[in-house]
Design a binder for this molecule. Structure first.
Ligand code: IPM
Ligand code: MG
Length: 362
């Protein structure tokens, strides 16, 4: 199989982790006889530095032409004073929007090897953590009307949370399709006691659920969900939610599995097919400017992101599983980057973690 992959290192630790992820893809190509052609393009702060704009047109066009996109992370304090439409984060949001990536999938799975790195008590972890957050990615308050006005001599800022029924329907279908291959349980997270958009979510999701009679659907307010995720995470299978709630809950979901450093994500543009689906893949951690360039980052989130890419976009299940096994073997051997270090484990740098996973891949 031959595939073109647009590669965006981005800022901060993006470069170091994506380098490791690309090496893993190279090894997969060698072992399984594929050809992955990487096309490196700039987005985020590094693109501002070089071209004055966070998302150059060439980058967008290259991504559109590719079979999938691999992204590290964007952002950093250096660009905090850029106007909001030219901040590094704006590049990410525009990429998502322009590529139609409305469905963001973020798994939260407790690997037994990382139990000691989790802040939760054993009695909670004993029940396991294995759920996935399906986050709507190109609607809601992120893409609503934003304005800053002067009203009666006072500055007033507005960010609108807008959802259409069809937007909700598309993401709901992704969640139902995913739930069908899991434990068949969806919790739709909202704030329907306050927000009209949430009430529309409930109505639409409820009506879609009629087509999926084997799936158990329930609703939960987001404040309660935040509590339940750390109190009893084993109750969740699929969490379906809007853009900003998904952003917040996915950070919480990641840390209870040990570290945000190991969590991958897929952002997809098609609700029907979860195979051969164009997608953008990125670890969910950020650019971590405090440790950037020090070879200390955890490359596992990026490496598991390419495993997701092989599985979902290219339908290469065996290859994807091989990467996951190589990661697990490396963790079983006791190697840890700083973010997931616990007593008696062996502390390694980003590149050494990459080497070990590379060598365990077969
Ligand atoms: C994420 C990030 C982004 C988001 C930021 C960088 C704009 O936090 O992917 O979760 O809020 O979506
Ligand atoms: Mg986030």
């Amino acid at each position: 199989m031959q595939k073109n992959i647009a590669v965006i290192h981005g800022d901060g630790i993006g470069k170091e982790i994506i380098e490791q992820a690309c090496r893993i893809l190279d090894k997969v190509a060698t072992i399984y006889n594929h050809k992955f052609i990487f096309n490196e393009v700039l987005a985020g702060g590094c693109a501002i530095d070089k071209y004055g704009e966070c998302l150059p047109n060439d980058t967008l066009e290259s991504c559109k032409k590719s079979d999938s996109v691999l992204l590290g992370a964007v952002g950093g304090p250096k660009w905090d004073n850029e106007p909001s439409n030219n901040r590094p984060e704006a590049a990410l949001l525009r990429l998502r929007k322009e590529l139609g990536l409305f469905a963001n999938i973020r798994p939260a799975t407790l690997l037994q090897e990382l139990r000691n790195a989790s802040p939760l008590k054993d009695c909670i972890l004993d029940k396991g953590i294995d759920f996935v957050i399906v986050r709507e990615l190109i609607g809601g308050v992120y893409f609503g009307e934003h304005k800053l006005e002067n009203i009666n001599g006072e500055r007033v800022a507005t960010d609108g949370m807008t959802y259409s029924a069809s937007q909700i329907e598309s993401i709901a279908r992704v969640a139902f399709n995913i739930a069908q291959n899991r434990k068949k349980k969806i919790v739709c997270v909202d704030k329907a006691n306050v927000l009209s958009s949430s009430r529309l979510w409930r109505e639409v999701v409820e009506s879609i659920s009629k087509e999926y009679s084997d799936i158990e659907l329930s609703f939960m307010y987001v404040d309660n969900a935040a509590m339940q995720i750390c109190r009893e995470p084993s109750q969740f299978d699929v969490i379906l939610t809007e853009n900003m709630f998904g952003d917040i809950l996915s950070d919480e979901a990641s840390v209870i599995t040990g570290t945000i450093g190991v969590i991958p994500s897929a952002s997809l543009s098609d609700s029907k097919e979860l195979a051969n689906n164009f997608g953008m893949y990125e670890p969910i951690h950020g650019s971590a400017p405090d440790i950037a360039g020090q070879n200390k980052a955890n490359p596992i989130g990026a490496i598991l992101s390419v495993a997701m890419m092989l599985d979902i976009s290219f339908n290469l299940k065996t290859e994807s599983r091989a990467i996951i096994q190589a990661v697990q073997k490396t963790l079983q051997d006791g190697y840890r980057t700083g973010d997931m270090m616990s007593p008696d484990m062996k502390l390694v740098l980003c590149s050494e973690m990459g080497d070990r996973i590379y060598n365990n891949l077969q």
